[in-house]
Design a protein around this ligand. Structure first.
Ligand code: LMR
Length: 352
């Protein structure tokens, strides 16, 4: 063998070895990268909602996101989209069902269009005296049976989160039901709320939450009802001259997930997320009243709205005007359900 040929052969062999070594390193590196990528890729939960970040729901969803990351050791990343940034009221329900988002916390007044009318039981005027009454339902067997009604819709209900009691606002003073006569009042998409507004002679206008500020500003509607935390964080008080602390009805949330997505989660991860929901529920229900109190303080300080606290007689007049809603709308949610709520809370519509 010529020296030149044996030199060429050894060069070729060296090159081969080099290529194999490099390929090995390359493949090893790639495999490592791939496995790192797989283990580092978190499960994404898109959590969409319509209110501001600085509200009971906004804060509770952020709290949930943080605890979900901690408890799952970052296997789950919850992305919170506040202020209708992704979807408005109706669209977010549809987005959940098709899996475009995984988690929501819509107000209980927004489940009627989905076909679960029973949730409108929460909208009956004065049905809860206070939060303790409300929790007998949301934290008890009636609440659990309501959440179970979502399953045939491809939705799993995980919890109820508080906001608070609603008050009426408008550009003219509201001291009696007659003051709402003929007023176009924005409400959420609930037939019980439509009847509530009719009971005081108002004209109910269903509208997405994201459109309310502008509708009030331009006079498309005259007034609205909401807990103060919603009113204040949307700056509605800047376009409403009068706010009366009627506390005539409740507004709170059901925390819901796409059922298929939820059931596809690894069992351990699902358990950790259930714990995160539990903790977030305690947190939400602890801060809700404080948030509404400080929002009221903010409204008062702004000097843009006259805040009126009705007398007992004035409160009674609202109660009496709205009492017929209980009989008129009983069939909407089922009179048995309504009676079981009355029994639990001790509420008697006949005494209004
Ligand atoms: C509303 O539409 O007034 C509320 O349901 C908004 C919310 O989510 O609190």
């Amino acid at each position: 063998m010529s020296r030149l040929r044996s030199f060429s052969i050894s060069v070729v062999n060296l090159l081969k070895e080099e290529i194999v070594r490099n390929l090995g390193a390359l493949c090893g590196g790639l495999l490592l990268c791939l496995s790192l990528a797989v283990s580092a890729d978190p499960i994404i939960i898109k959590f969409s909602h319509v209110v501001a970040a600085a509200t009971p729901k906004g804060k509770a969803s952020e709290f949930f996101a943080q605890r979900a990351a901690e408890l799952t050791k970052n296997k789950v990343k919850v992305e919170v989209y506040p202020n209708s940034a992704l979807y408005k009221d109706k669209e977010e329900m549809e987005a959940l069902q098709i899996g475009a988002v995984q988690m929501l916390a819509p107000s209980l007044a927004k489940f009627g269009p989905l076909g679960v009318k029973e949730f409108e039981a929460f909208d009956f005027p004065y049905i809860f005296d206070d939060t303790a009454d409300l929790h007998k339902i949301t934290q008890g067997p009636i609440g659990a049976s309501l959440l179970a009604k979502l399953e045939p819709k491809g939705i799993k209900g995980l919890a109820f989160w508080d906001n608070g009691f609603k008050s009426f606002s408008a550009n003219t003073p509201i001291k009696s039901p007659a003051d709402l006569k003929g007023k176009k009042m924005r409400i959420q998409s609930s037939k019980v709320l439509e009847e509530e507004i009719r009971s005081v002679g108002g004209l109910p206008q269903v509208m997405a939450f994201s459109e309310v500020y502008q509708a009030l500003q331009t006079g498309v509607v005259d007034g609205t009802e909401n807990p103060i935390s919603n009113l204040y964080t949307q700056k509605m008080h800047e376009v409403q001259k009068h706010l009366t602390l009627t506390n005539h009805g409740y507004l709170g949330y059901a925390v819901i997930v796409n059922k298929k997505f939820w059931e596809s989660l690894p069992v351990d991860v699902r358990g950790q997320l259930e714990l995160a929901v539990k903790e977030a529920t305690i947190y939400a229900n602890k801060i809700a009243q404080e948030e509404n109190d400080s929002a009221l303080e903010g409204v008062r300080k702004s000097g843009k709205t006259v805040v009126y606290t009705p007398t007992n007689e004035e409160k009674m007049a609202f109660k009496k005007a709205m009492a017929p809603v209980h009989t008129k709308m009983a069939d909407r949610v089922g009179s048995e359900l309504l009676k079981s709520i009355y029994k639990e809370t001790g509420f008697d519509p006949g005494k209004l």
